[in-house]
Write a protein that binds this ligand. Structure first.
Ligand SMILES: *[C@@H]1O[C@H](CO)[C@@H](O)[C@H](O)[C@H]1NC(C)=O
Ligand SMILES: *[C@@H]1O[C@H](CO)[C@@H](O)[C@H](O)[C@H]1NC(C)=O
Length: 533
C-alpha cells in the first residue's frame, strides 16, 4: 500500500515538475483578418511543440476565421463556434472601410479627406455600432458555454487586444492572460498595465522633426480616444459578468505577458518592462520551396531578377483606376513582375507581369532572384522583406503602415510613394531608383543581419514565454506594482511632505536655538557693559 502510494506520489510529483506546458491547452480569441492570421502564426508555433489550440468564435466570424486554416498544421486549430444573432463580421467592416478609403478609386479625395472620413466613420462605429459587444454578451452570459469552456481546463488564454471580450473570459475561466499586439496600437493600455511610459515624441517614429512630432501626438490622442470609447462599451458587460465593478483597462492590466509584434530594429527604442516580450518577425523563419511553375518564372527572369508587388490581404480592394496606374508603371520596368492581385485584369497589364490571386510571399521574398518588393507596409510583410534583406518601394495605406514606412525610410531600405497622389511614372522611377542604387540593398542587408543575430528565434522566444507562463500559472511577480498607487503615492508626495516637514522643523528648531543663544549671549554682554559702566 505504502509502495503504491509513493509511486503515485512520485508520478504526481514528476507530472507537476514537467508542468502542464508538456501539452498545454491554449485558448485563443481574436477578430478576423490580419489580426487573426497573426494568432494563427503563433498557434502554428505552439502546435509544432505539441500544444492544443482552441479558438472560441462567434458564428458571424466563423467563416472568415476558418478560411485561413488552410494547411495541415493550421487545421489542427479547433474552432469552437457559438451562435450570435448577427450577420456580418464587425472587424472586417472596419478594415474594409479603411481599405476602401485608401486603395479604392476615391476621386478628388486627398489623404487628409480620407483620414477625416475614416476618423469620423470609426467614431460612429465605435460609439453606436456593433463592435463585438453583442457577440461578447452572448458569450459571457451563456452559462452552458462558459461551463463547457471551464471544463475544457485551459491552461492559458491568448488574445488580440481588438477582441476585448477575451479579457472577461480570462477572468471567468480564471486562467493566465497573454495579449499579443503590435507596438503603436493601444499604447494607452500598455502604459497603464506595465507602467512603462510611452514617450510620444519617439514612440511612433524615429523621426523627431516638428511635423513628425505633431503627427505622433495627433495619432496618439486619436487612437487613445478611439480605444477608450471602444473599451468603454464593454465595461458594463464586464462588471455584470464578473459580479464586481471593473474596467477593461484593469482587466487588460491583469495580463501576465504582452507579446509585442515588433522589435527595436524596426521600431524606435522605448522603455519596456520584463513582461513585454518583443517577437517581431516571429512568422518568417520557415521558407518552403516555390511551386514548380513559379520557380520557372523566376529562373526565366535571368540576372535582372523579379519585382514582387503585394498589398497583402487587401489586394482585392484596389480600385480599377489605381490598378491601371500600377499596371502601366510595372509594364515599363526591365524586370519580371509578380503581382498579388484579385480582381479584373487591368487592360494595360504588361507582358512582363504575372498576376496571381495568392502568392507564397515569404518564400518569394526569400528567393535570390527577388530584386525588390512593393508593399503596403503591413507589419508582417515588412518583417518578411527585412528578414530576407529585400529593399522596398513603400506605398503605405492605412493604420500603422505609415509609421512602419516612416521608420523604414529612416533605416534607408527604399523609397516611399503616396497612394493618393502617385502616378505610373512615380512608380516606374521608384522601382528604377531602388533597383539600381546600391545603398538601398545594403541597408536592407544590414537589417537582415541584425534580425538574424539573436540568441533564439522570435517564434522560439514567444513559445518559451507562453510555456513559462503556463508552467508557473501566471507571472504576478513581473507586474508593476506602480499601477496600484495613487498619483500622490506614485510621485512620493506624502514622503516628500514628511521630509519637508522634518527639514522645516529642524530649521525652525535651529532658528529658535540660535535666537535663544543670541539672547543669552547678548543679555550677558549688556549685563557686563552695565557692570563696567
Ligand atoms: C472630381 O472633380 C471634378 C472636377 O475637378 C468633378 O468634375 C467631379 O465631379 C469630381 N468627382 C467627384 C466624385 O466628386
Ligand atoms: C543613392 O541613394 C542615396 C540615398 O537616397 C543617395 O544619397 C545617393 O545620392 C544615391 N546615389 C545615386 C548614384 O543616385
Amino acid at each position: 500500500m505504502a509502495a503504491v502510494r509513493s509511486v503515485l506520489f512520485l508520478l504526481l510529483f514528476c507530472s507537476s515538475l514537467a508542468g502542464p506546458a508538456q501539452a498545454a491547452k491554449v485558448l485563443m480569441m481574436g477578430p478576423s483578418g490580419s489580426h487573426w492570421l497573426n494568432l494563427v502564426y503563433l498557434a502554428e508555433g505552439l502546435i509544432s511543440k505539441g500544444h492544443d489550440v482552441v479558438s472560441v468564435v462567434p458564428s458571424n466570424m466563423y467563416d472568415n476565421q476558418l478560411r485561413v486554416l488552410n494547411t495541415p498544421a493550421r487545421r489542427k486549430i479547433h474552432l469552437e463556434r457559438y451562435e450570435v444573432p448577427l450577420e456580418g463580421d464587425f472587424f472586417d467592416r472596419m478594415i474594409d472601410l479603411q481599405v476602401e478609403l485608401s486603395l479604392g478609386d476615391n476621386k478628388n479625395q486627398s489623404s487628409f479627406d480620407s483620414v477625416w472620413t475614416f476618423a469620423s466613420e470609426a467614431f460612429k462605429i465605435v460609439a453606436v455600432g456593433s463592435i463585438g459587444t453583442e457577440e461578447c454578451e452572448v458569450l459571457v452570459f451563456d452559462e452552458k458555454l462558459i461551463s463547457k469552456l471551464q471544463q475544457m481546463n485551459f491552461d492559458i488564454i491568448i488574445i488580440d487586444p481588438a477582441m476585448i471580450c477575451g479579457t472577461i473570459v480570462a477572468r471567468l475561466l480564471n486562467i493566465p492572460l497573454v495579449i499579443m499586439e503590435a507596438p503603436f496600437i493601444m499604447s494607452g493600455f500598455l502604459e497603464y498595465a506595465t507602467q512603462a511610459p510611452v514617450p510620444v515624441a519617439t514612440f511612433y517614429s524615429f523621426r523627431t522633426d516638428f511635423r513628425q512630432r505633431l503627427k505622433s501626438l495627433v495619432w496618439h490622442c486619436f487612437a487613445g480616444a478611439l480605444m477608450r470609447a471602444y473599451a468603454g462599451r464593454f465595461r458594463p458587460i464586464a462588471s455584470r459578468a464578473l459580479g464586481y465593478e471593473t474596467t477593461i483597462l484593469e482587466l487588460m492590466a491583469e495580463a501576465d505577458l504582452f507579446l509585442m509584434r515588433g522589435d527595436f530594429i524596426m521600431h524606435p527604442p522605448h522603455p519596456a518592462m520584463p513582461n513585454m516580450v518583443y517577437i517581431g518577425g516571429y512568422h518568417v523563419q520557415n521558407v518552403n520551396p516555390l511551386p514548380k511553375e513559379l520557380e520557372r518564372f523566376l529562373q526565366d527572369a535571368g540576372d535582372a531578377g523579379v519585382v514582387v508587388l503585394s498589398f497583402g490581404s487587401y489586394a482585392k480592394a484596389i480600385g480599377m483606376e489605381k490598378a491601371e496606374m500600377l499596371a502601366a508603371g510595372l509594364a515599363r520596368v526591365p524586370f519580371k513582375v509578380i503581382w498579388k492581385f484579385q480582381g479584373q485584369r487591368p487592360k494595360n497589364t504588361g507582358e512582363n507581369t504575372l498576376l496571381m490571386k495568392w502568392i507564397p510571399q515569404n518564400d518569394l521574398l526569400a528567393h535570390p532572384k527577388t530584386r525588390l518588393f512593393i508593399t503596403h507596409c503591413g507589419i508582417n510583410a515588412v518583417y518578411e522583406a527585412m528578414f530576407h534583406g529585400v529593399p522596398m518601394v513603400r506605398v503605405p495605406a492605412f493604420a500603422e503602415q505609415h509609421g512602419n514606412s516612416d521608420n523604414l525610410e529612416t533605416l534607408g531600405t527604399g523609397v516611399t510613394l503616396d497612394i493618393f497622389t502617385m502616378t505610373s511614372d512615380d512608380l516606374y522611377e521608384a522601382i528604377t531608383e531602388v533597383a539600381n542604387n546600391k545603398t538601398y540593398k545594403s541597408a536592407a542587408v544590414r537589417l537582415a543581419q541584425l534580425q538574424r543575430d539573436q540568441p533564439q528565434s522570435p517564434m522560439d522566444r514567444a513559445v518559451w514565454w507562453i510555456e513559462h507562463v503556463i508552467r508557473h500559472g501566471g507571472l504576478p511577480h513581473l507586474k508593476s506594482a506602480a499601477r496600484h498607487l495613487s498619483l500622490l503615492q506614485y510621485h512620493l508626495l506624502d514622503v516628500a511632505a514628511l521630509l519637508c516637514g522634518v527639514v522645516v522643523a529642524v530649521v525652525l528648531v535651529l532658528c529658535l536655538c540660535c535666537r535663544c543663544c543670541c539672547r543669552v549671549l547678548c543679555g550677558k554682554k549688556t549685563a557686563a557693559k552695565q557692570k563696567q559702566q
